[in-house]
Structure formats: structure tokens, C-alpha cells
Ligand binder design. Structure first.
Ligand code: CTP
Length: 417
């Protein structure tokens, strides 16, 4: 059964997809009802398969309720009234599989070809792409047998492996073993649906800037812009899921912090701090995506105290100075072979303004988008516009989800390398 979808769901790569959620025995299983609920709300058809140990941790009744489908257990596998084996039926039904949490035991069964639970036999039988998110105790994760099995999984076609994050685990260990957060699981599944599992950026390093910069009049007041950082962070995650090592230099972001997992974070606030971070990180990068919304001007002098409202008027009318064009600086000192993607935000007639900006900035690619359309610009979940470059090439990109667009831009940047 599917929930009635709002307008715009046509652009959502998860809407209408048949997603099989396999849950194995790790305490992180308690987070899966949130994921199942989020997928069902986005119009996906969701079925859950739960191993016997996972059924001790998460309620199959809750999963059935939230998915609007029955939840499958080992006891359902062999039934004399079923015309076909259940694991084959489920394996062929699935368009996408989310395997989360992936425990040490289910991982071992999978890579050694053992189909002795409904989930394990379904995994062997399916030809659908699988997002596999491991979760277990730190010592178990470090055990040579588990490490070897995980290594083996990296070589599988159709599998997007998501290693565990660091954190405080339920077993009171501080370390690696925490399952990726529900929001990140949904994002990675969307990436699997819109791009796939191919890791064509393996061995490459991408530098991304995202979010707004702020310029301060005094310790309490600043000038900035409404950028949420969403486009830049999605570019960073898209590249990371495709195997890249990603440095993300970011201003104040307005999005779920779990989207930052797996990225090398370099928080900044002002244009000057962004400039320093870029100078430091540029030499190591194979490519750069300059998605930050840089405030164009700053007060020439920042007061060290908070003036009254009346005094502030004078401060605001005081001398201003331009923030240097950081994209132009990046282009002017780039090492041979490094490729740079710039962005352009415009209202009105976008293309001619973008073409002039592309010529002025000298970057290899420029994505230009309108900021005065309902399905594009600051904070929107979709975007559209024009991709300029390499050279004279101009491509119109119709409205699409920002993650799908991020993949589109990462593909273009990769092709230019
Ligand atoms: N940019 C930059 N440094 C600045 C201003 C912008 O590096 N001081 C970068 C942005 O990150 C983006 C591109 O330049 O990749 C275009 O930014 P945009 O705000 O569209 O244009 P501006 O350069 O500010 O020019 P204008 O406001 O005149 O359109």
C-alpha cells in the first residue's frame, strides 16, 4: 500500500519504488521504524524482513504498521500454501534493498553464501542494489574475521557499503560501530536510487565549500544571506558515496547534521576564514566545487563592543570593503589538472548573466540557477538551471531533486578531470 503523495513527488527518486528493508540483530535496529516511516511517507512501497535476533529488539508489529505491509519473519519462510518460496518472491519483488543494521552474523552469512535465515536467503537471491549499513560493538567491528568479510563486500557489484560511524555505543564503548543515522540512510538510499552503487570517484579528493558566510558589524550583528548549505552538502555526500575523500568547508548550515557524516569538516564563519581554509586545502584537491554563498561586502572595521541602536546606524553607514572573489583566486592559483565548478545565483533572465559570469570567473564549469522560481534556489529541495562548460557547452537542466542534480554535477566534474 502507498500513502497519497503531495505534488512534486514525481521528482523524488524514492516515490513509488519497491524497497525491501532487511533488519538484523544489532541494537541499532530500534532506529529502523523511523526509516521505514520516512520511506513510506515519501511514497515508497516498503516490506520488512526481520531476523530472529532483530525481532527481540524491534517490534515487527510496529514495522508492519509503519510500512502499511506485513512484516516477514523466519517462521513465514516455509509455508505449504505458498506457491513460490518466500525468499525468492521477496528477492524478485525488491527494486532496492536497505540492509540496516547489518550485524556481524548476517554479514558473515551473506559473504559466505549461507542462506539459513529468511533474510540471508533473500540477500543471496536478490539482484536488486543493496545499501548495507553495518553496526556492531567496536571490538567486533575490529575483529579480523569481520574486517575480512567487510573487505569482501567492497568488491560486490550492486552493493553500496556504508561503514559505521564513531560514537558512544549502547555497550558503553566509545568508538567505531554506530550505524549511520536514519536521515543519512534515507539520503544514501536516494543516492542508490538516483545514481547507483558505482564508486567512480574512488582515489580522488574533492574540496567543497557550502553555506553562507557572515560579516560582523560588532559581536552581536552581522550581514549574511539565506543559504542553507543544502546544495553544497549534497554535492559533498554524492561524491563521498561515489568513493571520494571530501573536504567540506562550511558556514552556518541549516540541515540535518547526520548529512555531514563521513566528510572532513572545516567550519568557518567569515569570508576571511573561508579564504584561509581554501588556501590551505586547495593544493591537495583534484577538483573543487565552490557552492558557498559568500557575502559580497563587509564593514571595513568590526567593533569590539556592542553599540546602541543609534550608534549602530553610524557603523552601518561607515566604510565598507568588498570581500575578494575567492573563486577567481582559486582559478588563478590552481595546479595543473585541477578542475573547478562555480555556481551562479540570479534573478530574471539567468542565462546571459551566467554566461558573462562564466567568462569573468574562468572556472571549468558553472552551474547557474534562478533564485526567483518556486522550485529552485535557497532552501528548496529541488533545483534547475543551466550547466555551462566545459568550453562553450551549455546544457539546460530541468527541475530535479537536489541530490540528483548533485550527482549530475559530480559526473560533469569527474568527466572534466
Ligand atoms: N564567489 C566567491 N567569492 C565572492 C563571491 C562569490 O568565490 N566574494 C563565488 C560563489 O561561491 C559562486 C560564484 O562565485 O561560486 C558566483 O557567486 P554569485 O553570488 O552568483 O556571484 P558574485 O560573484 O557575487 O557576483 P554578482 O553578485 O555580481 O552576481
Amino acid at each position: 500500500m502507498r500513502i497519497e503523495q503531495p505534488e512534486g513527488a514525481a521528482l523524488d527518486p524514492l516515490a513509488g519504488r519497491r524497497i525491501l528493508v532487511g533488519i538484523s540483530g544489532s541494537i541499532a535496529a530500534v532506529k529502523l521504524p523511523l526509516v521505514v516511516s520516512a520511506l513510506a511517507k515519501r511514497g515508497a512501497q516498503v516490506r520488512c524482513v526481520v531476523t530472529p535476533s532483530a525481532a527481540q529488539l524491534v517490534s515487527p508489529v510496529a514495522l508492519a504498521s509503519l510500512s502499511r505491509e506485513r512484516c516477514y519473519l523466519d517462521a513465514d519462510q516455509w509455508c505449504h500454501t505458498a506457491p513460490r518460496p518466500l525468499h525468492v518472491e521477496l528477492a524478485e519483488w525488491a527494486e532496492l534493498v536497505l540492509l540496516a543494521p547489518l550485524s556481524a552474523t548476517t554479514l558473515g552469512r551473506w559473504v559466505h553464501g549461507l542462506g539459513d535465515t529468511l533474510l540471508a536467503s533473500t540477500l543471496l537471491a536478490t539482484e536488486a542494489p543493496v545499501l548495507a549499513a553495518a553496526a556492531m560493538n567496536t571490538a567486533m567491528w575490529g575483529a579480523p574475521a569481520v574486517a575480512a568479510n567487510w573487505q569482501q563486500l567492497q568488491r560486490y557489484e550492486r552493493v553500496l557499503p556504508l561503514g559505521p560511524a564513531e560514537g558512544l555505543l549502547a555497550c558503553d564503548r566509545q568508538g567505531s560501530g554506530r550505524m549511520a543515522d536514519p536521515e543519512l540512510l534515507v539520503l544514501a538510499l536516494e543516492s542508490l536510487a538516483s545514481w547507483g552503487w558505482q564508486r567512480d570517484w574512488q582515489g580522488r579528493r574533492l574540496l567543497v565549500s557550502a553555506g553562507p558566510t557572515r560579516e560582523w558589524f560588532d559581536p552581536a550583528r552581522c550581514i549574511s544571506n539565506p543559504s542553507t548549505g543544502r546544495m553544497g552538502v549534497l554535492l559533498a555526500q554524492a561524491a563521498r558515496l561515489r568513493g571520494a575523500e571530501v573536504d567540506l568547508v562550511h558556514g552556518a548550515l541549516q540541515l540535518d547534521p547526520s548529512w555531514l557524516e563521513g566528510l572532513n569538516l572545516h567550519p568557518i564563519d567569515t569570508g576571511a576564514q573561508l579564504q584561509r581554509a581554501l588556501e590551505q586545502l586547495q593544493p591537495q584537491a583534484d577538483a573543487i566545487a565552490m557552492a558557498a554563498a559568500v557575502a559580497d561586502h563587509r564593514p571595513a572595521r568590526t567593533l569590539s563592543y556592542k553599540p546602541t541602536k543609534a550608534e549602530l546606524d553610524a557603523a552601518m553607514c561607515g566604510p565598507w570593503e568588498p570581500v575578494p572573489d575567492l573563486l577567481v583566486e582559486l582559478v588563478s592559483r590552481r595546479p595543473t589538472g585541477q578542475r573547478i565548478l562555480g555556481f551562479a545565483a540570479h534573478s530574471g533572465d539567468v542565462l546571459p548573466q551566467a554566461q558573462a559570469k562564466f567568462a569573468r570567473k574562468g572556472c571549468d564549469l558553472l552551474f547557474a540557477n534562478p533564485i526567483d522560481q518556486p522550485d529552485a534556489g535557497f532552501g528548496s529541495s529541488t533545483n534547475q538551471g543551466w550547466l555551462l562548460g566545459p568550453g562553450d557547452a551549455v546544457e539546460r537542466l530541468e527541475p530535479m531533486g537536489k541530490l540528483a542534480l548533485a550527482h549530475r554535477l559530480i559526473t560533469a566534474l569527474g568527466a572534466a578531470l
